[in-house]
Write a protein that binds this ligand. Structure first.
Ligand SMILES: Cc1ncc(COP(=O)(O)O)c(C=O)c1O
Length: 429
């Protein structure tokens, strides 16, 4: 996605209200402050909106109507929402009535963890150690007085970062029907490891527990079939597969007992009050349709690019460690650069036009070691020295080559800076 030549920013007379695909790609490909090419390798944080989704959004946004209103405009808005719901259900293996629209992945995860536990008779809630904070912190809240003092357990992961099936079986044996909820993600956002959710869900469902899976990073990238997974609920977020930010869904079994976490007009099966974001859900469905249509070829292309990236970085930075392994999402690479701080690497790479992350974008900027790498057995130092490079539908060979070329010198400089810091630290103690 390299287009160095940049015309004027998209404003001024004659500029279309909605940028066409070419203008859109040009904006994405360049940093407007420096007019230099940018290689965006942070698709797991958010992926560019697909032009078809932008067009669908703009079209829906230029039409009035609250999907709860009874008049013609309201009914037309409702029809768009229901068509989007049917399309999502078709691609994700659930019934349309099982789709609850939300403001994104965080809200869907919160609703599942808090709502399902509140309705359950059991008092034990188990979450995978590498879950996103929207699951982990919701579970931590449940352990407090205000959250009902649930007995919250953390399920350990193996060295690849996958939840250990024996940990679920052992817990079921220990607590039996006290088990209220198990939450294990489908694809990890930092290292890309895929859990075998169907296998993990089975023993928990046998004792009547609800099972939630966070599929925010998986939907649109690997096949996801709600029914086949055998879970109670599944979260997704449009901006991870080329839809807009701020819209997502919770797929939830029609028979599941779940309490709402917000109150109002009783929309979305009374589980998620608030006017439905009509353009958002229409654009989300458009993006998913496109992502699913090209999933197979994109998975092959991205796996190839990912392997080239890893091979290339190994060549220029001897000693680099590749995190995760086994069944993985095609676009996520997580690397540890011993002796380098992840934050230094990000800044050095940013200056070279390479945009990536230290891990979850939601926690980036907070200089803490990655809880995902720690859970998978890395030491503190290694967990602070890692980078996530994530590829998506706009990624090209040029992006990968540019990242490889920039990583050699960046790692060298970050290591030298790290040595300086270590010496200063040693002197101070
Ligand atoms: C695995 C996972 N779950 C949940 C979320 C939160 O999604 P959203 O940004 O839509 O709130 C993210 C976002 O990075 C994620 O990666």
């Amino acid at each position: 996605m390299l287009t160095p030549e940049v015309s004027t920013p998209a404003s001024g007379p004659g500029t279309p209200a909605v940028p066409g695909p070419d203008a859109f790609r040009r904006i994405l490909a360049c940093d407007m402050r420096t007019i230099r090419p940018v290689h965006y390798l942070d698709h797991a944080a958010t992926t560019p909106m697909r032009p078809a989704a932008v067009a669908a959004y703009a079209e829906a946004a230029s039409t009035v109507g609250n999907a709860s209103s009874l008049h013609g405009s309201g009914r037309r808005a409702r029809r768009r929402v229901e068509e989007a719901r049917e399309s999502l259900a078709h691609h994700l293996g659930c019934r349309p009535s099982e789709v609850v629209f939300t403001s994104g992945g965080t809200e869907a995860d919160n609703l599942a963890v808090l709502g399902l536990s509140a309705a359950a008779a059991g008092d034990v809630v188990a979450v995978g150690a590498t879950e996103h904070h929207s699951v982990l912190d919701a579970a931590a809240h449940l352990a407090t007085d205000r959250g009902g003092r649930k007995d919250v357990r953390v399920l350990p992961v193996d060295a690849r970062g996958a939840v250990r099936i024996d940990s679920v079986r052992d817990l079921v044996t220990e607590v039996g029907p006290r088990l209220a909820l198990v939450a294990t993600m489908l694809g990890n956002n930092e290292i890309g490891t895929l859990n075998d959710v169907a296998d993990l869900a089975a023993p928990a469902r046998e004792v009547g527990a609800a099972v939630h899976t966070d599929a925010v990073q998986a939907v649109g990238h690997v096949p996801v079939d709600f029914e086949a997974l055998g879970v109670t609920s599944l979260s997704l977020s449009a901006h991870k597969f080329g839809g807009p930010l701020g819209v997502g869904a919770l797929l939830i079994d029609r028979g599941a007992d779940c309490r709402p976490i917000g109150f109002g007009g009783g929309q979305e099966r009374d589980l998620r009050s608030g006017s439905v974001d009509v353009p958002g859900v229409v654009a989300m469905a458009t993006a998913l349709e496109e992502a699913v249509g090209e999933m197979e070829s994109e998975a092959r292309r991205l796996t190839d690019l990912r392997d080239r990236l890893v091979d290339g970085v190994r060549r220029v930075v001897p000693g680099v460690i590749v995190n995760g392994g086994g069944e993985r999402l095609p676009g996520i690479v997580n690397l540890t650069f011993p002796g380098c701080s992840g934050e230094s690497l990000i800044l050095l790479l940013d200056a070279a036009g390479i945009e990536c992350s230290t891990g979850s974008a939601c926690t980036a900027g907070v200089a803490e070691p990655s809880h995902v790498l720690l859970a998978a057995g890395a030491g503190e130092a290694a967990a602070r020295s890692s980078l996530r490079l994530s590829l998506g539908y706009t990624s090209t060979e040029a992006d990968v080559e540019a990242a490889i070329a920039a990583l050699g010198p960046a790692a060298e400089r970050a290591r030298v800076a790290g040595l300086g810091l270590t010496r200063a630290g040693a002197g101070a103690s």
